[in-house]
Design a protein around this ligand. Structure first.
Ligand code: NAD
Ligand code: ZN
Length: 363
């Protein structure tokens, strides 16, 4: 399957299918990526033993010179320190302006390598090779970043890839916790844009958790397609694109206060989506929105209650560092109904405190 992200001269294809990593060289050649300049593959120490050789071999066979940098797996690698380490690898590897940086891995490697690609010599080509379910989201749209200790994704850029090569075979080695967390963003795409797709996710919960290739292929294509449509309308988040942040105001705060080690991104935004639905209900929306949101997320084994160990002050303090905080009020994406959301900029801290307390009772 091929999707297109329409962004004028920055448009690019998303290839979704089996066996793509072993054909990386072909795709590079087809897209005219320079052969004289070294290619830097950035990956992590879980993914490297599984897929780095396959990609390196395919690129080498096609005449590309490949260097690689393996970072430690996990969200903590989305830091300025690791960013500098990858930069060092790029300089030592002799990358020039015509080089490409490849992200081989999940959203962590994607965001990190993408920020390197955006910054190295003020920007070089970037190729995404996502290997997690979650990365159907992170590999599309061009947001790249590292975290600050105080706030998630605080240091970053917009830098669109030249292509996304999504080899769904690679997903078979994902640990189950990562499968669940990745499906959280898939459900999000249904909740914000397409009620029928949200319902499809609910009906195919078991198939998706079992990594059934048919169901995965369909779900990921739909998810990427929704993301691509939204980003095509609003590349730089002037308006519509913000709907993709459903669950993220609170989710990012939970990630930061957990020291980027407690919750996976998909888990944190699952709690965040439950909270957004509850907040919408408190503002007068139908209770069924909350019930249905929680039911589909719970079906995937995702958390939807607030962890008891974090007090509301810490959570709220972390939210106030978020990019979505202005004048004592928070910007939230709130569901209107399943498949439709609105962006509201006047959520008060009291409303947030109430939701935190209510979701703690659910735990
Ligand atoms: P991740 O990159 O940490 O990958 C999850 C885990 O799975 C890691 O331990 C990794 O080593 C391992 N792994 C990856 N592929 C594997 C495979 N095929 N087989 C076995 N193990 C594998 O995390 P993620 O969930 O993919 O991404 C989360 C990140 O994405 C967060 O930092 C989040 O902020 C970011 N994100 C960015 C955007 C964006 O638009 N840029 C959107 C959504 C999320
Ligand atoms: Zn996300």
């Amino acid at each position: 399957r091929t999707l297109q992200v329409d962004l004028g001269e920055r448009s690019y294809p998303i290839y979704i299918g089996g066996g793509l990593l072993g054909r990386a060289g072909e795709f590079f050649e087809q897209h005219g990526l320079a052969k004289k300049s070294p290619v830097l593959i950035v990956t992590d120490d879980h993914v490297a033993p599984l897929y780095l050789d396959t990609v390196t071999k395919s690129l080498s066979e096609q005449g590309y010179r490949v260097v690689s940098k393996v970072v430690k797996a996990g969200e903590k690698s989305k830091s300025l320190e690791v960013f500098e380490d990858v930069m060092t690898a790029a300089i030592e590897g002799g990358l020039d302006r015509h080089s490409a940086v490849v992200a081989l891995g999940g959203g962590v490697v994607g965001d990190l390598a993408g920020f390197v690609a955006a910054s190295y010599m003020r920007g070089v080509s970037f190729v995404q090779m996502p290997t997690t379910i979650l990365a159907h989201d992170s590999s599309v749209g061009g947001k790249v970043a590292v975290n600050h200790r105080l706030a998630k994704n605080m240091i970053g850029a917009f830098h669109q890839p030249k292509m996304v090569l999504y080899d769904v075979d690679s997903l078979q080695t994902l640990p189950i916790r990562e499968v669940r967390a990745g499906l959280s963003e898939m459900v999000k795409h249904g909740l914000i844009w397409n009620a029928a797709f949200a319902d499809w996710c609910r009906q195919h919960t078991a198939d998706l958790l079992a990594l059934d290739p048919e169901a995965l292929g369909y779900g990921l294509t739909q998810g990427c397609s929704i993301k691509a449509q939204v980003v095509s309308v609003d590349e730089r988040e002037q308006g519509l694109r913000a709907i993709l942040n459903l669950g993220h105001t609170l989710g990012h705060a939970l990630e930061a206060i957990g020291g980027y080690g407690e919750f996976l991104h998909g888990e944190a935004i699952s709690i965040g989506m439950a909270a957004a639905a509850k907040l919408a209900v408190n503002r007068g929306r139908d209770l069924s929105i909350y019930e249905e949101t929680v039911s589909v997320l719970k079906g995937f084994g995702l958390p939807t209650a607030m962890p008891q160990q974090h007090d509301e002050h810490a959570i709220i303090a972390a939210m106030m560092h978020d990019k979505k905080f202005k004048e004592q009020q928070l910007v939230f994406v709130l569901p209107v109904e399943i498949g439709k959301v609105e962006i509201v900029a006047d959520v008060t801290l009291d409303e947030v405190r109430r939701v935190i307390a209510e979701l703690k009772e659910e735990g």
